[in-house]
Design a binder for this molecule. Structure first.
Ligand code: HEC
Length: 122
């Protein structure tokens, strides 16, 4: 019994060590991006969603060659940490009537993904 408990404790410690830093680890972000966003976004290609390389610091809805909703084109915002976080919490609360129907409920996942997008925009 004791041995099982010790083994479990060791597993828990190993998992804790794998958990990325609080500030957002962009390797984890890359992996999450692939899983959560990759069905609709690539970095450089137009898919259902616009390419996202350089999106951090870019004016929303401004990439030539992608057909944005009027709502996003007319939203006068420039993507930063706070606004990307809000977008991923609930796109519709930030920009009503936009075309992206997807949310990321986990604050940790949002932080990782935003850190990754930021790392590709500098
Ligand atoms: C179901 C498809 C879909 C998924 C999944 C998706 N998106 Fe989108 N995304 C879109 C579409 C479509 C737009 C364009 C919205 C518009 O024009 O109103 C968009 C727009 C965006 C924009 C604004 C881009 C710009 O140029 O202003 C960002 C940022 C973004 N998505 C991030 C993400 C991230 C990060 C994820 C993963 C967590 C994600 N999206 C998942 C479809 C998706």
């Amino acid at each position: 019994m004791m041995r099982v408990a010790l083994a479990l404790a060791a597993v828990a410690l190993a998992l804790a060590a794998l958990t990325p830093a609080q500030t957002g680890d962009s390797d984890a972000g890359k992996e999450l991006f692939g899983r959560r966003c990759g069905g609709c976004h690539s970095m450089d290609r137009v898919m259902e969603g616009p390419p996202l390389r350089g999106v951090y610091g870019r004016r929303a809805g401004s990439l030539p060659g992608f057909q944005y909703s009027d709502a996003l084109k007319e939203a006068k915002i420039t993507w930063n940490d706070d606004l990307l976080d809000k977008w991923l919490i609930d796109t519709n609360a930030l920009v009503p009537n936009n075309d992206m129907a997807f949310r990321v409920p986990s604050p940790d996942e949002r932080r990782e993904i935003v850190a990754y997008l930021k790392s590709l925009s500098q």
